[in-house]
Write a protein that binds this ligand. Structure first.
Ligand code: AP5
Length: 216
């Protein structure tokens, strides 16, 4: 399955990506995670990306597209993948079509996580991410058993810089202006399946797996 997840910041894309990729045995490719890895590694790509991420803006397309192309060319993505955070605008979607055509394949399906703005703000303000393994927790909805420590790997938890309220507001504006047109782009090609992303993590995972079964 060649799958793209779409949804506003905080919809639960990263959370669901972990379960979906495990269930269907496909690698999870998150552009946000790749950028954050580069930021913490102090690479040139990380230094460039950080300026845009801290402001809640998109990293320029040419940088992001080249990074995704390299990742999709790797062996483990040949028979399927889950893209989380890419494409982020129609121009990136067209580049993705071109990359996949070059590799002799195409997208199987795009899954939209549908959630309202108030819930997104609640989810992002309570999010805590692990510095070591990247797992995401939530102070209220999915709290770690010891504050500040990841139950999975013992890593330190942190609040992402771009989860500050003013940056969240801007990221939502960017989503509405630049990313939400993807819903029309993919639905006009009959490639979009939407699910309600409200409810517990387990409920949403169940809905996602059920919706994706026909494409596996
Ligand atoms: P990115 O990391 O992709 O951020 P995002 O799309 O804004 O999404 P988030 O990671 O904030 O949210 P999510 O939907 O994954 O939610 P999560 O599962 O964590 O991108 C960051 C930045 O990188 C961008 O702003 C941009 O600068 C750059 N970038 C990335 N890709 C790019 C691209 N293609 N082009 C250009 N620039 C790019 O869940 C949120 C919280 O809610 C967690 O605490 C979780 O525990 C909790 N939660 C999840 N599900 C539930 C549930 N069902 N019930 C209760 N709580 C839940």
């Amino acid at each position: 399955m060649r799958l793209v997840l779409v949804g506003p910041p905080g919809a639960g894309k990263g959370t669901q990506a972990e379960f979906i990729s495990e269930h269907f045995g496909i690698p999870k490719i998150s552009t946000g995670d790749i950028f954050r890895g580069n930021v913490s590694g102090g690479t040139d790509l990380g230094k460039l990306a950080k300026k845009y991420m801290d402001a809640g803006d998109l990293v320029p397309d040419e940088v992001t597209n080249a990074m995704v192309r390299d990742r999709l060319a790797q062996e483990d993505a040949r028979d399927g993948f889950l893209l989380d955070g890419f494409p982020r605008n129609v121009a990136q979607a067209k580049v993705l079509d071109g990359i996949l055509a070059e590799f002799g394949s195409g997208l199987s399906v795009v899954l939209e996580l549908d959630v309202d703005q108030d819930e997104v703000v609640r989810r992002l303000s309570g999010r805590r991410s692990c510095k070591k393994c990247g797992h995401v927790w939530h102070l209220e909805y999915d709290p770690p058993s010891s504050p500040g420590v990841c139950d999975r790997c013992g890593g330190q938890l942190y609040h992402r810089d771009d989860d500050e309220p003013a940056t969240v507001r801007h990221r939502l504006e960017v989503y509405l202006a630049q990313t939400s047109p993807l819903v029309k782009y993919y639905s006009s090609r009959d490639q979009l399946v939407a699910i309600d992303a409200l409810g517990t993590v387990e409920d949403v995972t169940e809905r996602a797996i059920e919706a994706l079964k026909p494409y596996a």
